[in-house]
Write a protein that binds this ligand. Sequence first.
Ligand SMILES: Cc1cc2nc3c(=O)[nH]c(=O)nc-3n(C[C@H](O)[C@H](O)[C@H](O)COP(=O)(O)OP(=O)(O)OC[C@H]3O[C@@H](n4cnc5c(N)ncnc54)[C@H](O)[C@@H]3O)c2cc1C
Length: 657
Amino acid sequence: MSLDAKIPEGILETKWTDYKSHVKLVNPANKRKLEIIVIGTGLAGASAAAALGELGYKVKAFCFQDSPRRAHSIAAQGGINAAKNYQNDGDSVFRLFYDTVKGGDYRAREANVYRLAEVSAAIIDQCVAQGVPFAREYGGLLSNRSFGGTQVQRTFYAAGQTGQQLLLGAYSALERQVALGNVDMYSRHEMLDVVKIDGKARGIIARNLVTGTLERHFGHAVLICSGGYGNVFYLSTNAMGSNVTAAWKSHKRGAYFGNPCFTQIHPTCIPVSGDHQSKLTLMSESLRNDGRIWVPKAKGDNRKATDIPEAERDYYLERRYPAFGNLVPRDVASRAAKERCDEGYGVGTTKMAVYLDFADAIKRYGKIELGKQGIATADEATIIKLGEGVVKEKYGNLFEMYEKITGEDPYKVPMRIYPAVHYTMGGLWVDYNLMTTVPGLYALGEANFSDHGANRLGASALMQGLADGYFVLPYTLGDYLADEIRTAAIPVTHEAFEQTEKEVRARIETLMNIKGTESVESFHKRLGKIMWDKCGMARNEEGLKQAIVEIRALKEEFWKNVRVPGDINEFNPELDKAGRVADFIELGELMCMDALNRKESCGGHFREEMQTEEGEAKRDDDSFSYVAAWEYKDSGFEMHKEKLKFDIVKPSQRSYK
Ligand SMILES: Cc1cc2nc3c(=O)[nH]c(=O)nc-3n(C[C@H](O)[C@H](O)[C@H](O)COP(=O)(O)OP(=O)(O)OC[C@H]3O[C@@H](n4cnc5c(N)ncnc54)[C@H](O)[C@@H]3O)c2cc1C
């Protein structure tokens, strides 16, 4: 099948406006007859379900948690980008578009990214109207801060809980539609397969996670908003339940998987402390607005951070990247931290950490407070006390979280941080309409291969999820459904539902009947280690080839020796996890194949063989300026290419110096 991204003709700046003016519409009476299934109620799914319910479609929304409010989106801390230029510091739609294409190392589609930048401002207006309590300046205007890869302040935030507040907004909008009867909500339900009839997505098989019952649901269209797959690495900053199953089942039913190897490693996470951990914790990128990152200048320096004088510290990001300093993009900051630690400059007991230090910021803010409060002179202790108050107001909950986990007070000693898996830029391949290669099957939010190319800029995921759900899909879906108004609801007794349910049931029974000796968790952990060691922050040909062999062997062992306790027809989280880990194992193989194929370094994908003399990622635009879209076949995975064309932003060596 040839890949058609369906990018509208015309100049970049007017493509989306023209599209909206000419797209096919569905009249209100017909909307009431059309049924839509939404998998996921994070920011992407909740916003889509709410918007489609409001438009009058009949919507069924599913999530595996006990409440839509528990979607992983609630964990997002730092903020959401929008080109509002409230700071009057030179921001614009074009600049947000440009920063995003460049930040993604020229591996994203220009037309999609421009549309994202264009709708960004409307997202903020919508959320403010819903009552999302964004931080405000003294005068009442919304406040902004900086995130990596930009030189303007365009990030809107609600302390360190932006995702939570945005999700409460989307959830309220969703619940309103539930109350109006436009949306039926199915919590604690897990989609386990897509039902296709005559090549189109026509429904799903879902499992009621409380009773174990398999259910059939019809839809004229199915939207996959199931989030990212960072947990394939076992240790990540993602919520424990985040998984790839919905996307992977869609892939196995014909949806191509785009750039699966593009993973984001976030530079500021609490370092791994031992073998006992099953989760890593993010320290928001917003902290890099004020925190300075450093290591000792001397290798193996074991002094306490506070005992190391200024002259003996290496603020390596400020040294290497003077133009962006501590606010270089995540891929660049992560690699620089790894480089310092690998060279022996790391700190802490494991020596796999660097410092994130707020001492300067505390003093700076303290002095500003003196001025504000009209105090002419003050001793150092007073300045620090005042400064700590300001830092607390900005980042208090993050500092508290750090202290609870590490037992150290980050107001007094620098935080120790190290990169960790955080986000996946890869996902289901979609065209400009957000439709996958299966007609009627859409993907939104982190579940699609998205607008972020090979590296997502901070605070752009929330923007993309809400753009997809509130502003893009409600138009593009109508274009497809306008031709479906004559399709009556298909009874779930149809043989396609029958057959798909049979296959789902058989797989569950196989899992239960293995009765092996090794836990699901143990297989997951082993997979994660292979992935992190060989397909993590740095990758090379030999390692990737080994990883593929090891993952295939792991898969075989899993299906012979996994132990799933309990029964099918009951609440059984071990069984749920077993299905998800089985899918992660298959995905892991594809990620390594994709990484092996891409013999260039770009964004978060760092092939050790391909680096500049200064250790920066070296792209190969002539050979790899494409989206790798993988097709699942019983005989193996087959790659298709969507060539990327850059009419406006000319790819160049990314520089933050
Ligand atoms: C710690 C952390 C902090 C972050 N901070 C920021 C930030 O400050 N700014 C920013 O822009 N981005 C941030 N991100 C990234 C951002 O949070 C995510 O990319 C985004 O929230 C994903 O939203 P989503 O709606 O696509 O998916 P999710 O929020 O992950 O929701 C997925 C939904 O799908 C459902 N689901 C999944 N599989 C199934 C299935 N098989 N059946 C039924 N339901 C299913 C789940 O129940 C859930 O409702 C952060 C990420 C992390 C890990």
